[in-house]
Write a protein that binds this ligand. Structure first.
Ligand code: PAF
Length: 279
């Protein structure tokens, strides 16, 4: 595997490649990331991964400095997956001058759910993803459904800018007890790790109520938030939304059997976890 940090060298290395499959990451790779590499391999060749902890998507009080970095272990894992190029730019490589041009998602998608609690987060994400796409020029790029809203925003961006990159969605990878794999799980204490699967259990309970025909979503969401709070979680939201635009479903959406998803973000101790489940 070639490890490349400069944009110019990356372009030289990938010149003429027409079927590149790309997986952008922030490193600290776990089995979920590796499943994205395997899916990428099914959709293109060569597979290019990137590792870049993108300062633009972290708020001033978020965990940019302490975000887990494990470069050598990541390299070993990617080698084993047969990744052809790892693009690992420094901040100076990717942002040689302050990144003043940014991509701002529309408010009705970018400022809800995660965007409401992490102002500017999606602008940081779309800006770096567009830039990484411009460096790698992939035919396909793979993103996990674990970051459901991110996936939708990137898919819409790619469509609206007519980017020649098809966005592929990968299923969420879960531990045996149901906890969605995430680099931030490493922050959990032993006791918190034991409690963490309750988030996915709560999503399942919400989904079951909706499947059973309860359309009072505010009531279902309120009870789910209350349950989490009673167990010492600090939930930001539990929200039932339409899959196609992440807006709340109306009575007529229920009547037409609109496809739904329930999304959540909640803090356990100092660790903020997100998860979702298609209903
Ligand atoms: O999902 C992530 O790891 C990041 O948001 C991404 C897409 C690599 C952009 O920094």
């Amino acid at each position: 595997m070639k490890i490349i940090s400069s944009i110019e060298e990356l372009r030289d290395q990938l010149r003429g490649q027409l079927r590149t499959a790309f997986v952008p990451t922030m490193g600290n790779l776990h089995e979920g990331h590796l499943s994205l590499m395997r899916l990428a391999r099914r959709h293109g060749d060569p597979v290019v991964a990137s590792i870049f902890v993108n300062r633009l998507q972290f708020g001033p009080n978020e965990d940019f400095d302490k975000y887990p970095r494990s470069f050598q272990a990541d390299v070993d894992k990617l080698e084993k997956e047969g990744v052809y190029v790892l693009f690992a730019p420094t901040e100076k490589d990717l942002y040689p001058e302050p990144q003043e041009y940014r991509v701002r998602p529309p408010d009705d998608l970018g400022n809800i759910l995660e965007g409401e609690f992490r102002p500017g987060f999606f602008t940081g994400v779309t800006t770096v993803v567009l830039k990484l796409f411009s460096c790698v020029q992939p035919k396909v790029a793979v993103f996990g459904k674990k970051d459901y809203q991110q996936l939708m925003i990137i898919r819409n961006m790619s469509k609206q800018f007519a980017l020649p990159t098809e966005i592929i969605a990968a299923e969420t990878w879960r531990a045996e007890d149901g906890l969605a794999l995430s680099s931030r799980n490493g922050y959990l204490t032993e006791a918190e790790r034991a409690e963490a699967p309750v988030l996915y259990q709560t999503l399942n309970e919400v989904a079951q109520e909706v499947r059973d025909g309860n359309t009072n979503i505010l009531e279902i969401e309120r009870r789910a938030m209350e349950k989490l709070a009673k167990r010492q979680w600090n939930p930001d939201y539990v929200s039932i939304r339409k899959r196609d635009n992440l807006q709340a479903p109306s009575a007529s959406d229920f009547a037409q059997n609109a496809e739904l998803v329930v999304l959540t973000a909640a803090k356990l101790g100092n660790t903020r976890l997100i998860d979702n489940l298609e209903i």
